[in-house]
Each structure stands twice: as C-alpha cells, then as structure tokens.
Write a protein that binds this ligand. Structure first.
Ligand code: 5FX
Length: 538
C-alpha cells in the first residue's frame, strides 16, 4: 500500500472537523473543489458513549463534558468509512483540522510513548484506551467555573486587564479557567498529567502520533496566551496551576506543519507517508478560512450548535464587556473578532418542535405569515445558560408590543421572535466590538433556510451569501491544509488570498429589504433595554 504520489496524479487535501456533535471529513482536489465528505455522528454512530448532542450534561446544570475516548473511536470509524467509500487517501499530500474550541484533553504519564508507538493491528481507541488522565473533557458548553473566573481576573488586575492581555475577559468555558478548576479539585491527577491539549491539538496529535503544538488562533481561546506576543502569558499561567507551561507545550502559527502522518495511517489506510499535517485550529478560526473572509466589512454568521458572528480585524480592541479577539489563522499579524451564543441550533430546534411539528418547512411557512418587526413582539430563548449576554440562569421571556411580559406567542409570532432575537442580538453585540457588515457569509445547518437568510439580511441591512457546504469548519481545515502545504513547499509565507483564487465565488442568496431594515433599526434600542431587563432579573 505504501507509495508516493506520482507526478501525474493530482495532489489532494483533507480537512477534519471534530465538532461538538460529530467528526467530519472533507476531501479537496487541487482546484479546491470538494470531492467527498463523510461524517460520524457521536450520538447515533457511537451510542456506547451515551452522549446527547455529543455531550454529557451534569446534574448541576452548569457542568458539560464530552468523553475524550469517543474522539479516538470517531476517528477510527471515519477512517474506516473513508477507506470503504474508496477515497484515494494515497494522494492526500496535506491534511489539517478543526476542533470545537476551549475544550481540553488531559493525557497522563506515558501517553506520548503510546502515541508514538501506535500499532497498525489495533484501532486508535484500543491503542490509546488508557492514556487519558481525565476521560471526561470539559467543553465549551460548560459554565461551571464562575469562581475561577473571578479569582483569576482579580489576580491578573481585573476583567479589562485580562481582555487586553489574552483577548477576552475570563469566560467560564475558556480553558485556563477549566484547568484552574480541575487542578484544584484533584491535584494528584493534575500532577500525573503529562500534557493538556485542546481538542484541535489532540486530534492533530492522533494524526502525527505525538503531542502536537497548540496553534495561536485556538490558543487565544484559553485566557492563557498573550494575544500580542502569541506566547503563554506568565501572569495568566501563575494564577492557574503550578508547572502549567510544561503541560501545555509549544504554541505554533496556524499555517505551520506539525509533523508527517504516523505510519499507523500508512499501514492501515494506505495514506501517503509524506502527507504533511498542518497545525489544527479552532472551529471558528477554521470557518473564517472556509468562508474566505478577506475584505473589511465581510462578516460570517455560523449557525451551528453554537451560533457565532465573526470577522477579520487588523487593530483589535479587546473588551471586558463582550466578545473575543482571537488570532487570525490565515493572515499574518491579523486578528478575528467573535461573539458566541450557546443557544444556537438546539434553541432553534426546540422552538421548531414546540410549534412547527418538528418540520423546518412548516417553520419557514410560519415565519412567512408575519411581518418584519413581529408587530412589536420580542422574545428571548435561553434554554441553556448563555454566553452573550452572560446569563447563568436560563429561561424563556416574551414581551408584547407594549413591553408587557406574556407567557406565550401564537406559533407564527414565536418562530419569527426566535429568528429576530438571534439576529438583533448579533447586530447589537457584534456592533459593540466593531463587526458592522457590508456583506454577510452564512454557514451552518440553518443557513439553508430561506426564511432564516431573509431575516438575517433585513436585520443587518446587508446582502447574505450562503456557503454551499454548510460545514465551513471542515472545508476551512482543508483550505488551511492547502495553504500550509503551499507555504511549506515554497519555504516562505504565501498569502491565503492568492491560494484561494482558485475557489468558486459565493452566490448572493438574499438582498436586504430597505423598509424591513428600517423597522429593525427602530427596534434595536427597545430590544437592548428588554435584554438588559431580562439579565437584571435573573
Ligand atoms: C466559540 O468561542 C465557542 O465557544 C463555540 O463556537 C465553540 O467553538 C463551538 F465548538
């Protein structure tokens, strides 16, 4: 099976996306066209891990974890499916990947040796069954570290100081606060932990059979890295846990190779032994690459398990009140600003199931029966503790045109209220951190709905294009594999834009309606005041 790619064969590029609910793969040809995709869904394909939506929600309502061994089993199954479907894996010259951000994987003493000595006769799940010092990995949906956030912010000089140092004030889900919690809970386990990886760097490590460095874009979501120097910040490490720098390993630029694929993949699946593994990054940085956001004023709205709104920035202004600044994974010396919502697609589905008989078609028909502005009705659908605005005590709140709280809306009012809430909130909070769109790129499951795209275009007053492949993180990971490979091949920095010239342009799916946009402009102040009222009351 071992052989190099011959000069007559086109090189191929692979992107992996270890997201909250699934592991996906995207295979690209040399013209950047998608040849194949493949998905493993954690709940249904790996029922032995008993996840719901890829996670375990704990009884306190705040702790959310995912079983780390599941990510190994998922990669085994994904590779089997790629091989069984006849993917030409021997032609893959570079691969990269994406991971849900902030979650961490704790690897015990001896884990590195086990990674290095993967045995091609056994699965990853079997080879690595006992490498985890903490098999339940805290993930981005967790909100259980308020105490650690307060304590670490105080130690670092306050929320604004932390935002300026790391790009965000201390957030419950950010890795540094999670490490502080679990290191204090069980110091012995912490001492016996050899490496703490992010989900992204962990899966990169599975590919190279070694510990892989954390890339600067995902590293910015930890409250541990200096945003400007792209190194671990001594002040942030000092108030987290002893000896942490050694356990975290190095930080690398996102376009850099972290190694070649481990022989395990060559023996077992026929990969090309020369296949380069480019640093893995977070799902949002990878989506930024997948949506090829390049010009100022281009913003992305990703409608996934989390909803996010983000865009590229050259001069970031980290704020203690909202949003995050991460490192841009595909532009040198640039940044990205992001606002994240926990109540994304699951909130959307809950409302659909309650009033539209579990049907997206029916949901869209109901939206079409109402007018922009929803006759003054506004709702807030916090089924889970929320990140933006920060709210630990969930609940659903509805207000009629006179601002009176009401218990229920008619089905058509309810569906529009859900969409208007999501996009008005993005316009409000994204605007506060400088995300003012001239053009929007939409991605994620709900972006296929014309009703969703219409409300989005009208709320923002900007044309919306829809990514053809809803999973922009896995596509972005594959694009980053191309970019990293080009930089490595030419031994110099190559601009991402020049590499992406070959990719097909996005088509505009909705132009904004001026009148509808004016209605939303007039609604925004009222929306902001009601949101504040809801937050104050919780
Ligand atoms: C971003 O800060 C988030 O927490 C989420 O979008 C996760 O990355 C979802 F995977």
């Amino acid at each position: 099976m071992k052989r190099a790619v011959s000069s007559t064969e086109q090189p191929l590029f692979l992107g992996l996306d270890s997201s909250t609910q699934s592991l996906k793969a995207t295979l690209l040809d040399a013209n950047l066209s998608v040849m194949h995709t493949q998905t493993v869904s954690f709940d249904t394909d790996l029922p032995q891990f008993k996840t719901q939506g890829g996670v375990h929600r704990h009884a306190d309502g705040l702790t959310v974890t995912a079983p780390a061994p599941m990510w190994c089993a998922a990669l085994d199954l994904l590779l089997d499916r790629m091989r069984d479907a006849g993917w030409p894996l021997a032609r893959v010259v570079a691969l990269s990947g994406s991971g849900q951000q902030h979650g961490c994987v704790w690897l015990g003493r001896g884990a590195r040796r086990k990674l290095q000595r993967l045995d091609p006769r056994a699965s990853l799940a079997d080879c690595l069954a006992d490498v985890f010092s903490m098999p339940d990995s805290p993930i981005w949906m967790d909100s259980s570290t308020r105490a650690q956030c307060v304590q670490r912010e105080a130690a670092m000089g306050g929320a604004q100081a932390v935002a300026e140092l790391t790009g965000s004030r201390a957030y419950e889900r950010f890795t540094g606060n999670q490490i502080a919690k679990y290191a204090a809970l069980d110091p012995v386990r912490y001492r016996h932990t050899e490496r703490i990886a992010l989900v992204s760097s962990f899966v990169a490590g599975l590919c190279i059979g070694d510990y892989a460095p954390i890339d600067a874009a995902d590293g910015a979501g930890m409250n541990l890295m200096s945003l400007r120097s792209r190194r671990w910040a001594a002040r942030a490490l000092a108030c987290t846990a002893p000896g942490l720098a050694d356990k975290l390993g190095a930080i690398t630029a996102s376009h850099r190779p972290v190694g070649r694929i481990h022989p395990w993949y060559v023996e077992r699946y026929g990969f090309n032994p020369a296949c380069l593994v480019i640093a893995f990054s977070g799902d949002n940085p990878c989506s930024l690459a997948g949506l090829r956001l390049q010009r100022p004023g281009e913003i992305a709205i990703s409608l996934g398990t989390s909803n996010t709104v983000f865009g590229s920035l050259s001069r970031p202004k980290p704020s203690a009140s909202e949003g995050h600044i991460f490192v841009n994974p595909v532009e040198r010396d640039a940044y990205m600003a992001l606002v994240c919502y926990k109540n994304g697609s699951l909130a959307h589905e809950k409302v659909r199931d309650a009033v539209a008989g579990r049907s997206w078609k029916r949901f869209d028909e109901l939206v079409a029966r109402t007018q922009p502005g929803n006759n003054g009705c506004i709702g807030f659908y916090f089924f889970e503790p929320e990140i933006t605005p920060p709210l630990l005590n969930p609940g659903v709140f509805r207000f009629d045109a006179s601002g009176r709280a009401v218990d229920r809306f008619e089905p058509e009012t309810e569906v529009r209220a859900l969409l208007e809430w999501q996009f008005l909130s993005m316009r409000l909070h994204g605007g506060h951190i400088g995300l003012k769109p001239a053009r929007i790129l939409a991605t994620g499951g709900a972006s296929v709905s014309p009703a969703v795209i219409r409300v989005m275009a009208d709320v923002f007053g900007a044309p919306v294009s829809v990514a053809e492949q809803a999973d922009s993180a896995s596509l972005g990971a594959a694009y980053r594999a191309v970019h990293g490979w080009e930089c490595a091949r030419r031994r110099r920095w190559v601009s991402f834009a020049s590499v992406m010239k070959r990719a097909a342009p996005f088509r505009v799916a909705a132009e904004p309606d001026k009148r509808a946009h004016a209605v939303y402009g007039a609604t925004l102040k009222r929306f902001e005041a009601l949101e504040q009222q809801v937050v104050n009351e919780r």
